[in-house]
Ligand binder design. Structure first.
Ligand SMILES: *Cc1c(COP(=O)(O)O)cnc(C)c1O
Length: 823
């Protein structure tokens, strides 16, 4: 919610830049940068930003149709003539900087404490937890999800309302100079420096530079909280900041707050010794090092803001290591569920509804929502919710709680209200929904995870979690490696490398990829049936599937003269046309036309004008290895030559493409008109040249079914292959080779992560289960087990059993539940 932002004030905020002002001085209530999140056009200012793929300016005409009047645009923007009279254009030389200036202006109006977190890891978790703990005492504004960038931070500031008693924001940077901008906007009163990862971060030349840049966030802070045991951070802060601003904590005495950890069987204790030697013990439900560090930052942050230990403990009691991400799950009868059961404010609801709008169309849009945990003007907040619901054209609303009844009057959709979650659960049936899109969003106290559990299709406990933000990140990384006009075809064959083709294809459609490719016709048909409209190339279509290609507008690869003839005849008989792609064999010797077959090809293209050649491509055999560079270059030059010959007789130049993920990195000079992105999108940089720049997109997880205590010498599993060397504990986990967990991981070759520690496989991997040694790990039945994810590298895993990441990814069985989330 934005206060007192009139056009005059905007002019003030933007400095001397030129403002075309109407006579009146209207007030702006909302600032948006995404044309899809326009709710209340009347008082909205649209800021046209230019991104890698989008230019906000191009949406202006359609936004005018929606009724938006105020636009912040680049100085050289020329509005279509018929619009000029109706709208107000504020022209600036750089719209992103202007957005930041507006945020700075609004931040300066807010005179209550602002706390900000930076560091390499844990920012979002600390922010979320701190927000939860602080809300025991204060009304808290916090940045939604991980909004910590040059654009995310301004948007977070726009979410701070006058009634908020404290704001908690996070700041993330990827290169030098960026923090100066963020500091100007946030000006935190209190800062937390979470930690400094050792991993090389692409935009920085050294550890010192990274540290120095991040620390700029605290230039004007009254207090900076840090962990004394992080020596680099401590040394830097202590030599660059005044002593009375620094608040250090550590396991070891001699600091402001000593916070020692004792792990017990079902919780950990954190013992706090304060400067005055007062003592307090917190109970926390975490065991792993990262969570224990994050929670201690939270404790010190809350104390610094004046909370009492008892209040902090109460806040911690409500924390669980819960999933606080927005996730997409499969429901019964083709329904899709968006799980947002850890959301409690308006900013989060907006994001969830935007995420909903980005999904494939379904029969109905259903919103299951609880009271919001938002202090402030209740009427106003629910009016905003009403507007959101109407704007997003929700068909059915199920409301739980008391305040939620305030929605009732202003809504036209079908509605049903329940006094508590138990009554809602009583009312829900497995067949209540069919082919619907259901958003479940509620505050923690409502326990909406039970609602999601009732609606979601449970296949079994093993899940593959796919991070759609990481996917976006990887996609954008490759975009930075190609020229602006080079198109991207994304390979979503083999169930999108195991990740689940439909949701990934839908996400790529949102990202405006140019083309998709699948291996077989069936895969393409499935995508079309789920509403994917991007052009789709089919690598290996069978003759029996020609009618399906035609029916679903799929574009086959043609790789031989005989196949060309078959397809051409089919089109003649059915009097239809098809776009085709020609596979040229330059050395792979799998499928494709040879140089010697081009004269046949010429005759065929004349004989069958029904087949329109949309593209020409070849595939490199060793793009990921320097060893094969000569051969790759030979392939590429042969490809160019073949393309020239073909273009000459076709009379037009079809799209040309040769590079896969490895090739994009190694041979950027040969990107032609399009590249074919595969494994890189899924987080593996096979060249090993940019490992740190990509984000892993998936985590494979299961749970502990049972724990057993065994004596020394006892054996485990089939053929007695596992043996306890000393007495200890094992856990049976719910994943086996039928799920795609390779049997070659047996007998200590593989390991999994439990409570942040490595647990080796003991004995042979069974079909549906396997056993791990947890002798030194304080684990419980039901605990989460990570098979792979950000903490276990796919490349190393693959190497340990003599295979490649491609095989590990694509082997994951379809019985493993796929879950998609935004972090
Ligand atoms: C699978 C495939 C790709 C993608 O390869 P990656 O190594 O995963 O990037 C590109 N082109 C063709 C023809 C493919 O079959």
């Amino acid at each position: 919610m934005i206060q007192n932002l009139s056009l005059h004030n905007i002019r003030k905020a933007l400095g001397e830049e030129d403002v075309e002002l109407a006579d009146s001085n209207p007030v702006i209530e909302t600032i948006v940068i995404d044309s899809r999140s326009v709710i209340a056009p009347k008082n909205t200012l649209f800021v046209a930003l230019k991104g890698a793929k989008f230019d906000g300016h191009s949406f202006i005409p359609s936004l005018c149709d929606l009724g938006i009047k105020y636009f912040l645009v680049r100085s050289d923007y020329e509005a279509p003539f018929d619009l000029v009279k109706e709208i107000v254009l504020i022209r600036v030389s750089d719209t992103r900087i202007a957005l930041q200036k507006l945020a700075t202006y609004l931040r300066d109006q807010y005179d209550r404490p602002v706390l900000a977190i930076t560091g390499s890891n844990g920012k979002t978790i600390i922010k979320e937890w701190l927000g939860q703990v602080l809300s025991q005492k204060f009304s808290v504004a916090k940045s939604p999800k991980s909004y910590n960038s040059q654009v995310g931070v301004p948007l977070s500031v726009f979410g701070i309302a006058p009634y908020h008693q404290v704001a908690v924001l996070e700041a993330g940077i990827s290169k030098p100079k960026e923090m100066e901008f963020l500091e100007k906007i946030i000006k935190p009163d209190i800062g937390i420096f979470s930690n400094l990862g050792t991993a090389h971060e692409d935009g920085f030349i050294s550890q010192e530079q990274k540290l120095k840049e991040k620390a700029k966030l605290f230039t004007h802070s009254k207090f900076v909280i840090y962990r004394k045991d992080h020596i680099e951070i401590a040394t830097y802060l202590e030599s660059h900041f005044e002593q009375n601003k620094l608040i250090a904590w550590s396991d070891i005495p001699g600091v402001d707050y000593t916070l020692t950890v004792k792990k017990e069987t079902d919780h950990s204790k954190i013992i706090l010794i304060k400067p005055d030697f007062g003592m307090f013990t917190f109970r926390v439900p975490f065991f792993d090092e990262a969570s224990l560090e994050n929670i201690r930052h939270v404790v010190v942050g809350a104390i610094t803001l004046g909370m009492k230990e008892e209040e902090i403990q109460k806040g911690i009691d409500h924390l669980k290591a819960v999933d606080m991400r927005l996730t997409l799950k499969a429901g019964y009868h083709e329904s899709l569920i968006i799980d947002d059961t850890y959301n409690n404010d308006l900013a989060g609801l907006k994001l969830a509804l935007d995420f909903m709008a980005a999904q494939r169309p379904k029969k109905r849009k259903v919103l299951i929502i609880s009271d919001l945990m938002q202090v402030g003007n209740v009427e106003e907040v629910y009016q905003e919710v009403q507007r959101l619901i109407n704007y997003h054209e929700i068909d059915l609303l199920l409301g739980v709680g008391q305040q939620i009844l305030l929605l009732k009057k202003g809504l036209t959709c079908e509605q049903k209200y329940f006094q508590d979650t138990a009554h809602l659960l009583d009312d829900l049936r497995e067949d209540s929904f069919e082919n619907d899109l259901i958003l479940v969003t509620g505050a923690r106290v409502f326990g909406f995870e039970n609602v999601v559990n009732k609606l979601q299709q449970r296949i079994h406990g093993t899940t593959l979690e796919i991070n759609l933000n990481a996917l976006t990140h990887n996609y954008n990384f490759y975009k930075t490696k190609i020229l602006p006009n080079t198109k991207i075809m994304v390979m979503v064959k083999a169930f999108a490398y195991g990740g689940g083709a439909t949701e990934i294809a839908n996400h790529l459609q949102q990202l405006k990829a140019d083309y998709l490719a699948v291996a077989y016709t069936d895969e393409g048909v499935a995508l079309r049936e789920q509403g994917i409209s991007l052009p789709i190339m089919v690598l290996n279509p069978a003759q029996e599937s020609f009618h399906m290609l035609q029916k679903h507008d799929l574009e086959p690869v043609v790789y031989s003269p005989s196949f060309f003839t078959q397809l051409g005849k089919y089109c003649q008989i059915h009097q239809c046309k098809m776009s085709i792609h020609l596979d040229l064999d330059t050395g792979m010797h799998r499928l494709g036309f040879d140089l010697s077959q081009l004269s046949d090809l010429k005759v065929l293209t004349e004989q069958f004008p029904e087949l329109h050649v949309a593209s020409l491509y070849t595939h490199l055999v060793g793009a990921d290895e320097a060893l094969h560079e000569d051969f790759s270059l030979k392939q590429l030059s042969l490809f160019s030559k073949m393309c020239e010959q073909i273009a000459a007789f076709l009379g037009h130049v079809p799209l040309r493409h040769a590079l896969n993920s490895a090739g994009i990195i190694r041979y950027p000079a040969y990107q032609f008109d399009m590249v074919r992105l595969g494994i890189g999108l899924y987080g593996v940089e096979v060249n090993g040249m940019h490992d740190a720049a990509l984000r892993p997109i998936s985590s494979l997880k299961t749970t502990i079914s049972q724990i057993k205590t065994l004596d020394a010498g006892e054996t485990i599993g089939y053929s007695r292959k596992g043996k306890m060397k000393v007495a200890g504990k094992i856990a049976t986990i719910a994943i086996g080779y039928a799920d795609g967990y390779d049997r070659r991981f047996s007998n200590g070759t593989g390991y999994v992560m439990i409570q942040g520690q490595k647990a080796p496989i003991i004995g042979n991997v069974c079909m549906d289960m396997c056993m791990v040694d947890i002798t030194s790990i304080p684990a419980n039945e039901g605990d989460e087990v990570i098979i792979y994810g950000p903490s276990i590298s796919l490349k190393e895993l693959a190497k340990s059993i003599g295979t490649i990441p491609y095989e590990l990814l694509t082997n994951i069985s379809s019985r493993v539940k796929r879950v998609y989330y935004l972090d």
